[in-house]
Design a protein around this ligand. Structure first.
Ligand SMILES: NC(=O)c1ccc[n+]([C@@H]2O[C@H](COP(=O)([O-])OP(=O)(O)OC[C@H]3O[C@@H](n4cnc5c(N)ncnc54)[C@H](O)[C@@H]3O)[C@@H](O)[C@H]2O)c1
Length: 282
């Protein structure tokens, strides 16, 4: 349990589902005050009610991270009511799958608007608060897809590479304000995003949702609760890049040592994906 967060004020975007909900639950267990900020306000309120039952301080707030002004207002409200913001988990995200030759402009923009601009809006709203406090920790959820190339989800991968770049650069700059910055890079975690979540579009033409989920299962997804426990330990250690499950680090190291090898591996993955489509269509 992350008891190092006891009494800390935390703001979790996308906190109503999956990884965000698991982070919220673990933070509350550790004694933190949590603001759950999500577009899915009903789910956020339900989670907050369940957790408040034990006397914890949890608040649900409706927020669409694509709206910079709304993010400013939500952060100001949290700061005004809780006195400070110690941790910002810039976690809201969506995925849109498909090969680039099938993308519409909206397939790029929908992903960039949430995964990249949503993170930027969080930084713009909360970093000044942390600078004034002289402390804070911004944890941006990227992905393994932000560390290595992928196929069939290029817009997602591009947005997550940008989040890693922002986090690493900002980490160095923010040191002088005593603000910490980390990039959270989950491998595959069993959450609704694997089948599109509430706002994304994940799947392959002709491949059923069950077949698609079965393909994810081959990558041994981790449960979100276990992920949150491990990720929060690494956050408290102030790791720069947090990869959970740890075995995904092998792919990251391989990509840095021998990028041509990962590209060859991706060709195999893409071939399998295309075969799956062809078999399902026939
Ligand atoms: N699950 C995985 O395997 C995995 C792997 C790598 C990275 N991630 C990242 O982890 C983060 C959390 O995803 P998850 O797996 O828990 O998925 P999820 O679909 O369960 O949760 C995503 C949450 O973000 C919220 N959200 C989406 N758009 C929003 C917006 N515009 N404004 C506010 N909230 C919004 C959703 O309502 C939902 O609560 C995402 O950034 C995702 O890209 C997940």
């Amino acid at each position: 349990m992350a008891s190092g967060v006891s009494g800390k004020v935390t703001f979790v975007t996308g906190g109503a589902s999956g990884i965000g909900a698991a982070l919220t639950t673990e933070l509350v267990r550790g004694g933190a005050h949590v603001w759950i900020a999500d577009r899915q306000i009903g789910r956020a309120q339900e989670l907050a009610q369940g957790l408040t039952h034990g006397g914890a301080k949890v608040r649900a707030i409706e927020l669409d991270v694509r709206d910079a002004a709304a993010f400013e207002r939500a952060a100001a409200e949290a700061q005004r009511e809780s006195g400070r913001i110690d941790y910002l988990f810039n976690n809201a995200g969506i995925g849109v799958s498909g090969e680039v030759d099938t993308y519409t402009l909206a397939d790029w923009n929908d992903v960039f608007d949430v995964n990249l601009h949503g993170v930027v809006h969080g930084i713009q709203a909360v970093y000044p608060i942390m600078i004034r406090q002289g402390s804070g920790h911004i944890v941006n959820t990227a992905s393994m897809a932000g560390l290595t190339a992928t196929v069939g989800q290029t817009s997602y991968s591009a947005s997550k590479h940008a989040v890693v770049a922002i986090s690493r650069s900002m980490r160095v700059e923010a040191e002088r304000h005593d603000v910490r910055v980390s990039a959270l890079c989950p491998g595959v975690i069993r959450t609704p995003i694997l089948s599109g979540g509430e706002y994304g579009r994940i799947g392959q033409p002709g491949v059923s949702a069950d077949e698609f989920l079965e393909a994810w299962e081959r990558l041994r997804p981790m449960d979100a609760d276990e992920f949150a426990k491990r990720a929060l330990k690494a956050v408290l250690r102030n790791d720069a890049i947090i990869i959970v499950p740890a075995w995904w680090k092998t792919l990251w190291y391989l990509d840095r040592l021998a990028p041509a090898v990962t590209l060859r591996l991706l060709k195999v993955v893409l071939k399998r994906q295309r075969e799956m489509e062809a078999t399902s269509a026939s």
